[in-house]
Design a protein around this ligand. Structure first.
Ligand code: ADP
Ligand code: MG
Length: 395
């Protein structure tokens, strides 16, 4: 049984030290946080605990440091968190040890302490038992509100967790599980999948689970060309995934009638010029975006599904480059249209969320914006999620 923070009596939080594993792995540039969606996602959990008189200790990783370096410090996050909460947030330049312990001892009821980057210790990612013990000695109660790292077997998401008698899911984690379970087991029909991005490999597990339930799969981005090649089209120099070619062929033969592929493409050769072609992609050219006719078809499929569920992962093209962004921007706007018409819309993936931002569609025009990239796809694939399993009470 998975217990969440609202399942525990309020009184049990009063004066207790609560360690919350959050995912504050956000973009920091020139010492300031530039994208704070993940920080804002954790606010309901933090506020809930603060109001019940807990001493709130927040732990996170940031980036992939191999040693202590200032570029990966969580100090800028403390500043941003303070602004969002409009409360005092204390920061300590370590995540275990005497300095941390003395800060914790001084915490008052309802105070917040953010620890320094967990990954300054290699032991975190190695799930080292001693390090796990140090983490679990920091607090009385453990809360996981970091869905996006729950597919990892690290000390703070796994090793330390079972050392706590009371281990709970935070609001953000719970919401992710609820929405993604809905898609996985019981999506409101019609169910439209929109998949793009560059790597088919990452999406196969999720697609295997979701394709049988989906009514339509719209494929775009680099992933589309392997499908097109399997259908006999010439794809020029576009991305091709030899390793998963057989899987793609099988998917097409089992679910071909549900799968929509681009009919036209924005292509480019080495020389940096670009044009649109219909059907085959000439030799020497690569597809970098879906064409305007494909955009029209996909937009009407998405916007036309105003009753069911739409899940989108993966940009339709290399949207980071202006001339290849149109297809992705059109899909983003169509997702918003479907939301306004009443569809349940879910968007996941780091680059997909960045693309949504770029399109000007606001977060509130999406039913659920998943904080996870890899974790979201793993969950949908039905893979083990150590961070969630560790929360479950044995017996
Ligand atoms: P997410 O992070 O949302 O899961 P992915 O990482 O799967 O998305 O894919 C995003 C990347 O795919 C982007 O960097 C984008 O430039 C790239 N991409 C999309 N379409 C193409 C294409 N046709 N050719 C090359 N790269 C592409
Ligand atoms: Mg990505």
């Amino acid at each position: 049984m998975l217990r969440s923070i609202s399942d525990l009596d309020d009184i049990q939080y009063y004066g207790k030290k609560v360690l919350v594993r959050v995912d504050f792995n956000v973009t920091v540039s020139d010492g300031a946080v530039t994208e704070d969606y993940r920080i804002r996602s954790a606010i309901p959990t933090i506020e809930y605990l603060v109001k019940r008189g807990a001493k709130v200790i927040l732990a996170s990783h940031l980036g992939r440091p191999t040693l202590r370096d200032n570029n990966n410090s969580l100090a800028p996050v403390a500043i941003r968190l303070k602004e969002i909460l409009n409360r005092k947030v204390d920061f300590v330049q370590d995540c275990i040890g005497t300095q941390v312990n003395s800060k914790i001892e001084k915490l008052d009821l309802g105070n917040i302490l953010l620890l320094e980057n967990l990954r300054y210790y290699a032991e975190e990612q190695n799930n080292d038992p001693e390090f796990s013990k140090s983490i679990s000695s920091l607090a009385d109660i453990y809360v996981n509100d970091a869905f996006s790292t729950s597919h990892r077997k690290h000390s703070s998401t796994y090793g330390a967790v079972r050392n706590f008698d009371i281990r709970l899911a935070g609001f953000s984690l719970k919401k992710e599980i609820e929405y993604l379970s809905m898609i996985r087991y019981n999506p409101r029909k019609p169910f439209t999948l929109v998949v793009g991005g560059s790597k088919i490999k990452d999406k196969i597990g999720a697609l295997e689970n979701l394709l049988p339930k989906a009514d339509k799969l719209l494929v775009g981005g680099g992933a589309a060309y392997t499908f097109l090649k399997a259908k006999g089209f010439n794809i020029g120099n576009s991305l091709f995934d030899e390793e998963h070619f057989d899987w793609v062929k099988n998917a097409l033969s089992s679910y071909g009638e549900k799968i929509l592929l681009p009919v036209d493409h924005v292509v480019s050769s080495e020389e940096n010029s670009y044009s649109t072609v219909t059907g085959d992609i000439p030799n020497g050219m690569s597809g970098f975006d879906i064409g305007i006719e494909t955009s029209r078809i996909y937009s009407s499929e998405i916007g036309g599904n105003g009753f069911g569920t739409i899940f989108w992962n993966g940009p339709m093209g290399m949207f980071e480059v202006g001339q290849f962004a149109n297809g992705t921007m059109n899909v983003a706007r169509s997702m918003a249209l479907a939301f306004w018409r009443g569809a349940m819309t879910l968007v996941g993936g780091g680059d997909t969320i960045a693309a949504l931002k770029k399109s000007g569609v606001s977060e509130s025009e999406v039913t659920h914006l998943s904080t996870g990239g890899g974790a979201t796809l793993r969950f949908l694939a039905g893979d083990k999620m150590p961070g969630i399993e560790a929360l479950e009470q044995v017996n």
